[in-house]
Design a protein around this ligand. Structure first.
Ligand SMILES: [Zn+2]
Length: 241
């Protein structure tokens, strides 16, 4: 079985789904990650960084370390500008993800929901839209036909969006997600998830938010398209495939 993740920034994979990725990798699921930017507009948590280029290189290395901890098999990092995804030609961004899906041929595609995760970051919203389009277009031989010299069309079985519990009154972030249809018990993998977060050393300043939102014993996902689940709520993204 294969899972492809499509996210915007280094650390998105860990925040949103790190426990699930570690659990699936331990179960011999192959995981490939497309990370659209190098996070070069992000904060650096006091680590001296002289330029956006240096921050990008550092965050790319952090992502590689986190990926190794989580068991991610490969990284695709086109290096788009952090904060600028919605300014990238959509045809180009979707085409890159179509190529990524056709090359790795996942059973499941995982990305952010259209709301852009709890922060509603504009890059998260842009990558959700691009990944959703790519999920459908990757199957059509008439789309991005020039790619056929290297890859073949591919229809993944399911598209899932990241989800979370409704925020409690007074929470800092009040964004609602789609209703979760898959609740993955990641209790045994929380320390692996924390280790992956700590590998993103430039993001330490988000540690309080990570501890609050990222260290819950269950990670939630919402089925967006593809093969129906055998039950309305499952505990495994691959259930019934
Ligand atoms: Zn992000």
């Amino acid at each position: 079985m294969r899972l492809a993740c499509v996210f915007a920034h280094p650390d998105d994979e860990t925040f949103a789904s790190g426990g699930t990725l570690a659990k699936l990798a331990a179960a011999k699921v192959r995981i490939d990650l497309f990370c659209a930017t190098d996070g070069d507009a992000g904060k650096n948590s006091g680590i001296p960084v002289s330029s956006r280029i240096e921050l990008a290189a550092r965050r790319r290395a952090e992502l590689a370390a986190a990926a190794q901890i989580l068991g991610i098999a490969s990284l695709s990092t086109p290096g788009h500008g952090d904060g600028m995804l919605r300014d990238v030609d959509p045809d180009r961004l979707v085409g890159e993800i179509v190529f990524f899906l056709r090359r790795h041929r996942p059973d499941i595609v995982l990305t952010f929901g259209p709301e852009g995760a709890p922060t509603q970051h504009r890059d998260h919203r842009a990558i959700s839209r691009a990944a959703t389009a790519a999920y459908f277009l990757a199957a059509l031989p008439t789309e991005y036909a020039d790619q056929m010299r290297e890859v073949r069309p591919h229809q993944a079985s399911r598209l899932y969006y990241c989800a979370w519990e409704p925020p409690t009154p007074g929470s800092e972030l009040m964004t609602l997600s789609l209703t979760a249809t898959c609740c993955v018990d990641v209790g045994a993998f929380l320390e692996t998830k924390r280790a992956a977060f700590l590998a993103h050393a430039t993001q330490r300043q988000h540690e309080a938010r990570f501890e609050e939102l990222g260290m819950r014993p269950t990670e939630l996902f919402a089925l967006a398209a593809g093969a129906p689940q055998p039950r309305f709520v499952t505990d495994d993204l691959f259930d019934g495939l």
